[in-house]
Write a protein that binds this ligand. Structure first.
Ligand code: FES
Ligand code: FES
Length: 149
């Protein structure tokens, strides 16, 4: 059993401590907005926030997440509405198939928290998520739009 705090709620999950956090989020907590792409911390589809920092949840164990605030795409918006990154994504028509996009949005939200006006180089350095549909140009535009929102 493990106690995880996901999107502000403490939940008891029947998982082994060395289970990848991604499985606990998807299979045990039922939050399927976080996607499985590569399973080896390369693609970024599984990105969530741990205490506000972007992490690739396939590469983090449940035991490493105990006691931390886990935020998934389902918890990014607040009562006040969509997160500014989600809003910029909609306004700039970023997604194509959508598969990589929740991880991309979580990575960008963490970047803008630490660096509210990132340069193109900052974006290149920080956002290494892979998009098979090649939405990288729209992602960059939407990041600048969110930064200026
Ligand atoms: S599924 Fe975690 S980085 Fe690809
Ligand atoms: S929108 Fe299809 S993989 Fe990124």
């Amino acid at each position: 059993m493990a106690n995880l705090t996901i999107n502000g709620k403490v939940i008891d999950l029947d998982v082994e401590p060395d289970t990848p956090l991604l499985w606990a989020i998807r299979e045990n907590a039922g939050l399927t907005g976080t996607k499985y792409g590569c399973g080896i911390a390369q693609c970024g589809a599984c990105t969530v926030h741990l205490d506000g920092a972007a992490v690739r949840s396939c590469g983090v164990t449940v035991s490493e997440a105990v006691g931390k605030q886990i935020t998934t795409i389902e918890g990014l918006a607040s009562d006040g509405g969509l997160h500014k990154v989600q809003q910029a994504w909609l306004e700039n028509d970023v997604p194509q198939c959508g598969y990589c996009q929740s991880g991309m949005i979580m990575a960008v939200a963490a970047l803008l928290k630490d660096n509210p006006k990132p340069s193109d180089q900052d974006i290149n350095d920080a956002i290494t998520n892979i998009c098979r549909c090649g939405t990288f140009a729209q992602v960059r535009e939407a990041i600048h739009a969110a930064a200026n929102a």
